[in-house]
Design a protein around this ligand. Structure first.
Ligand SMILES: C[S@@+](CC[C@H](N)C(=O)[O-])C[C@H]1O[C@@H](n2cnc3c(N)ncnc32)[C@H](O)[C@@H]1O
Length: 404
């Protein structure tokens, strides 16, 4: 039987997936993203282009259905449903009763959610939780659903007028972002005046670490940072713009018993650790547009900071840190996405556009990182990543020559 070229192509893609699975490629982050790319290639080869477009059109509606479901508390009610037989899930009538929502509305939302793979429809209008629903329930991920919808969608709507006003130039002015256009202030200024949303943002920032590879798993902290720390040095790490201190806490939890050589200092616009008991670190109010008051620390740490800002502003932030660094001793650790030069994964490419919308910021390639560092007199010590196109560690230092 003659096999047509399309069938041959599909079979070749299936074979690639099969051999990836046989090589246990679902077991670590890097291999898993490669396997997912192959599965996406197979889906794209099966799907008619018109259907791909219809799927893309429907994406905002999926976010809307999920956002309303979270507002009504449906993921939690489904998860905790105390059905006499757990396998049969919760009925629409019970779900409506416990959420105080209209059953006709909930049925329509649940159709979208179950088709998205959130919960399982185990029978007509009966729903059961699944792992994706359980992740949505974690406080950080619930906050993420709220944050992306309530904050991002208004900015997305203003993107065209905002770009049009600037003749479709690539945004580089933090006070001219689509967020600013939608909310009338820059992101962090607006957050200061809206504590409930700030709280949601903080929860989301902290919670999105759950279940993701930690930098402590793929960056050799002991070899690169702990060893070589001078015994007279009293400050080991300053986490600049460190939010509530989750990174210092996890560092202390991992290495505290062995004794980190020096103090840990959290810096942000407000001092405080509402979530974390701060026995492991100290808090300090510091605006990173001002000179860095802590001089000569072994490590200055910036996570998810520089992607919030256009390059000219990043130079200011980094110059203050570089001024405080001891040549050939202090290290700067930047934890951000490192965009591959080609075929950037969809999530990372979208995050870059998100930074543009919210802050006129951007995600950067390795060569953009090296250029930015060199513009403030810093040199690259190395780059470590867990997966292609994901968040990585960029280590930098100031050489003695740069000081002269
Ligand atoms: C995207 S969050 C990242 C927080 C934390 N590093 C993390 O990864 O979870 C950006 C942080 O920068 C802080 N920030 C914004 N502007 C700042 C400024 N001018 N000086 C110091 N911190 C600032 C915010 O308060 C927020 O905690």
């Amino acid at each position: 039987m003659a096999t047509c070229p399309k069938t041959l192509r599909l079979l070749a893609l299936v074979e690639e997936i099969r051999s990836s699975i046989e090589s246990n490629d679902a077991s670590n982050a890097a291999a898993r993203s490669g396997l997912l790319m192959k599965i996406t290639n197979l889906r794209d080869a099966v799907e008619a282009p018109q259907d791909s477009l219809l799927r893309i059109y429907a994406q905002p509606l999926q976010n809307a259905a999920l956002r309303v479901a979270v507002e009504l508390g449906l993921p939690k009610i489904i998860s905790t449903a105390n059905s006499p037989i757990p396998e049969i899930g919760i009925s629409l009538a019970q779900l409506a009763g416990r959420s105080h929502g209209d059953p006709r509305l909930i049925a329509r939302l649940m159709r979208v959610l179950t088709a998205m793979g959130i919960c399982v429809e185990v029978g007509p209008e009966r729903y059961m939780s699944n792992p994706l629903n359980e992740v949505i329930l974690q406080p950080g991920y619930t906050a993420g659903v709220r944050f992306h919808f309530d904050i991002e969608i208004p900015a997305i709507i203003k993107l065209i007028p905002c770009l049009d006003k600037n003749a479709f130039q690539n945004p580089v002015d933090a006070s001219q972002s689509a967020f600013d256009y939608a909310f009338g202030a820059s992101f962090f200024e607006w957050m200061k005046e809206n504590p409930a949303t700030l709280r949601c943002f903080e929860l989301y920032m902290a919670g999105r670490r759950v279940g993701k590879a930690s930098w402590l798993d793929y960056y050799p902290v002991e070899e690169r940072l702990v060893e070589g720390t001078s015994v007279e040095n009293v400050i080991f790490m300053v986490d600049i713009g460190g939010g509530q201190g989750h990174d210092l806490k996890s560092l202390s939890d991992r290495y505290g018993d062995k004794g980190l050589p020096g103090r840990l200092i959290l810096q942000d616009l407000v001092a405080g650790t509402r979530e974390i008991s701060a026995t492991s670190f100290e808090s300090m109010v510091h605006n990173f547009f001002e000179p860095q008051p802590v001089k000569g620390a072994r490590v200055y740490h910036l996570r998810a900071i520089l992607h919030d800002w256009p390059t000219a502003i990043c130079r200011t932030i980094l110059s203050h840190i570089a001024d405080a660094m001891t040549p050939n001793y202090s290290k700067l650790i930047i934890r951000e996405f490192i965009l591959p030069d080609t075929n950037v994964p969809l999530y990372t490419a979208c995050t870059d556009v998100r930074m543009m919308l919210l802050h006129a910021g951007l995600e950067r390639t390795k060569s953009q990182w090296i250029k930015l560092l060199s513009e403030v007199g810093l040199e690259l010590g190395g780059v470590w990543t867990a997966e292609r196109g994901g968040e990585g560690v960029i280590e930098a230092f100031k050489s003695a020559e740069a000081q002269e």
